[in-house]
Ligand binder design. Structure first.
Ligand SMILES: [Zn+2]
Length: 261
């Protein structure tokens, strides 16, 4: 009896030591800011991690499509890369003016690879990723309108995922710009969508191959309005994620992050 009792005590002591060292090492290895990379290393279906996180400044990464040697879609003298950059820079200005920290995968006419675009957003622990593109379907010049692409297996961050974000962006653009509503589309194969760790979308604003859309896309006022609608959608999404504006006019993300793969 005595040896069984002391065996039990040794077992309990061992469990306590093992548990405390696990907690300690997890704490050391995983500061709250690294929670996303930790969760991304775990690929089990349906995994959910809820962990307290100190309030930190929200960051949005804006990705103007194409650039440099890659013109994207072209029609007449219009190039997708130029339209995307113009709308993206305007979007960045609007967000910055409202106190939202932003960064760009490119802010001039240069070529950036798709993996590098995703890497940049991941490295910065961006909360949202917005890629701006223009569509082209020359075989069907009557096709026009807006669609927003997402990858379905993106994590949830503070209750937001790519599909939900795509919905917000698509309805905001269509409401504001009165473009044809082509809805949201699942495109899991697109690199910037599936290689980014945060809710990520590609906003295809309109079709350069359609005459009505093309004349809109070449109009600076339309581009300004497109940037406004993207900014409004971004702010809506951040608010839904619990972001709050602090006394310094910075958008802080709330303290709990729920990550599902
Ligand atoms: Zn494109």
């Amino acid at each position: 009896m005595k040896s069984r009792a002391s065996g039990f005590i040794i077992l309990v002591v061992l469990i306590v030591i093992i548990c405390s060292s696990f907690v300690k090492s997890e704490h050391n290895l995983l500061p709250a800011t690294d929670i996303k990379s930790y969760a991304n290393g775990l690929t089990e279906e349906g995994l959910s991690l809820i962990r307290a996180e100190a309030p930190r400044e929200a960051i949005v990464v804006i990705d103007p499509g194409h650039g440099g040697i890659d013109d994207g879609a072209t029609d007449f003298n219009l190039k997708e890369k130029d339209i995307c950059l113009d709308i993206s820079l305007k979007l960045g200005e609007l967000l910055k003016k409202d106190g939202i920290k932003t960064d760009f995968t490119r802010d001039k006419d240069n070529y950036v690879g798709l993996q590098d675009r995703a890497n940049k957003a991941n490295k910065e622990h961006a909360d949202l990723f917005i890629s701006v593109h223009i569509n082209k379907l020359p075989e069907y010049p009557e096709v026009k309108g807006t669609e927003v692409l997402f990858a379905p297996k993106q994590p949830y961050l503070n209750g937001m995922n790519s599909k939900r974000f795509a919905d917000i962006v698509c309805s905001q653009i269509v409401d504001s710009l009165k473009t044809e509503d082509n809805g949201i589309k699942s495109r899991p194969e697109l690199a910037v969508l599936h290689r980014t760790d945060m809710p990520a979308i590609i906003a295809e604003i309109g079709y350069i191959s359609n005459s009505a859309d093309r004349s809109n896309l070449s109009d600076p006022d339309f581009r300004e309005n497109a940037a406004h609608s993207l900014a409004t959608a971004t702010e809506k999404a951040l608010q839904m994620m619990g972001a709050k504006v602090n006394s310094d006019n910075k958008w802080m993300i709330s303290s709990e992050t729920d990550i599902k793969k």
